[in-house]
Design a protein around this ligand. Structure first.
Ligand SMILES: Cc1cc2nc3c(=O)[nH]c(=O)nc-3n(C[C@H](O)[C@H](O)[C@H](O)COP(=O)(O)O)c2cc1C
Length: 380
């Protein structure tokens, strides 16, 4: 360890000791944290321990795998037994990479052209809403949106934003998308059409990169317990929704070839192979298990994104090898925001990108197009 990092570690240890109680009671003053991180720098372990002290519902496990928070929804966990969330993470670990190093190239390019934007990598922050209620934190929705939008902009990754019953959970993200000149994707819940159309109109006004709808949210317990009507969507609804969206339309929550077919018929520009991080149906299959089949069926008629259990750039590589064009990462981005504000988000994003580049270099893939099914082994 060099002298600079030794000093940094000593200062961070002192900072944690001095602020232990406030960290535990989630009363940490973000300005202090910002100041310390600005002056001394931080690493992902610092961010994790800061986040751990600021959340009561999420235990900030070593690996975010859905075990400790089984059934905790509302909260950060998966629905019911929590098995779908757990399976998302487990199945990714049943994939290995094939090392191929007999080449003389060190330069990899993982930039992605995405609906007119050049992104640093095919990695996105997944839409997550209701930070306070879901994590048991005093970190506010505005602080979260500020951290996510600024951190992603710094790292060159595109953030998706969530939605909720109370209007602020949709309106606040739109303000941040506007502030970042359209750089963001609002994700509208499948409300009854009347409410949906009104939200689309407001989203169109900020000219976002795309507008998404998480059609699987019809199964969310937290929405079922409210009086705001949500609805399952079928082809006619989707066609009407599509006709009202000015830019690209993304359908999130596709887990079967049949639904992918309907999404294509509804002229979706992209689909997200997603089970909502295991929050909408118990005992579901993992996203990585269905990804290849859906990608083969879609055959480039729409972009394919996916999410659920992706924690590292190596995990992202596995999805790309199964035919995805990009991967959304959910819970870990919230941890990074809660523990380290915009700096935390940017740091985590940069780690994901560095890991993806490493996976590409070590498998002899120099562009995203080079990443193929033959670069991995599925052990399921
Ligand atoms: C606390 C929490 C809130 C979420 N809110 C939304 C939301 O508002 N809209 C949405 O489309 N998905 C929402 N999701 C699902 C994520 O976008 C994403 O599909 C999922 O978290 C991916 O799995 P991962 O967290 O294991 O990476 C939420 C997930 C969590 C954990």
């Amino acid at each position: 360890m060099n002298a600079k990092s030794q000093i940094r570690e000593i200062l961070w240890t002192r900072f944690h000791a001095e602020n232990e109680n406030r960290l535990k009671t989630a009363e940490l003053n973000h300005d202090i944290l910002k100041d310390v991180t600005r002056r001394y720098g931080m690493n992902l372990n610092d961010i994790k321990s800061a986040a751990r002290g600021k959340m009561t519902l999420c235990k900030m496990c070593r690996v975010c795998n859905g075990e400790t928070c089984r059934g905790l929804t509302p909260g950060p966990g998966g629905k019911g037994s929590g098995q779908t969330f757990v399976r998302n993470v487990e199945k990714l670990k049943d994939i290995t990479l094939n090392m191929r190093v007999l080449h003389n190239d060190d330069n990899v390019d993982c930039t992605l052209e995405f609906f007119g934007q050049t992104l640093k990598a095919p990695i996105f922050a997944a839409p997550i809403a209701k930070i306070k209620a879901n994590y048991g934190t005093s970190f506010s929705e505005i602080e979260y949106l500020e951290a996510l939008s600024a951190g992603c902009a710094t790292a060159g990754l595109l953030p998706f934003y969530g939605d909720g019953v109370q209007s602020e959970f949709f309106d606040l993200p739109l303000e941040f998308i506007k502030k970042h000149k359209g750089f963001g994707v609002p994700t509208i819940k499948p409300w009854i059409n009347e409410i949906t159309f009104e939200k689309i109109m407001r989203a169109n006004e900020v000219s976002p990169v795309a507008i998404a709808m998480d059609v699987d949210a019809a199964g969310l317990i937290s929405l079922k317990q409210t009086s705001t009507p949500i609805a399952f969507k079928h082809l006619n609804d989707l066609l009407e929704i599509r006709s009202k969206i000015n830019g690209p339309f993304i359908i999130k929550g596709v887990m079967t070839v049949k639904d992918a077919e309907l999404a294509i018929l509804a002229h979706a520009d992209a689909i997200i192979v997603s089970n909502h991080g295991g929050r909408v149906m118990d005992d579901g299959i993992s996203t990585i298990e269905v990804l290849s089949e859906i990608a083969s069926f879609v055959a480039h008629r729409a972009l394919i994104l996916t999410d659920g259990g992706y924690r590292s750039g190596y995990d992202v590589f596995k999805a790309l090898a199964c035919g995805a064009d990009g991967v959304l990462v959910g819970r870990p981005f919230s941890h990074a925001a809660i523990g380290g504000n915009a700096e935390g988000v940017a740091l985590y994003a940069k780690q994901l990108i560095a890991e993806l580049e490493d996976a590409m270099r070590m498998t002899g893939c120099f562009t995203l197009k080079d990443i193929q099914r033959t670069n991995i082994n599925l052990h399921f």
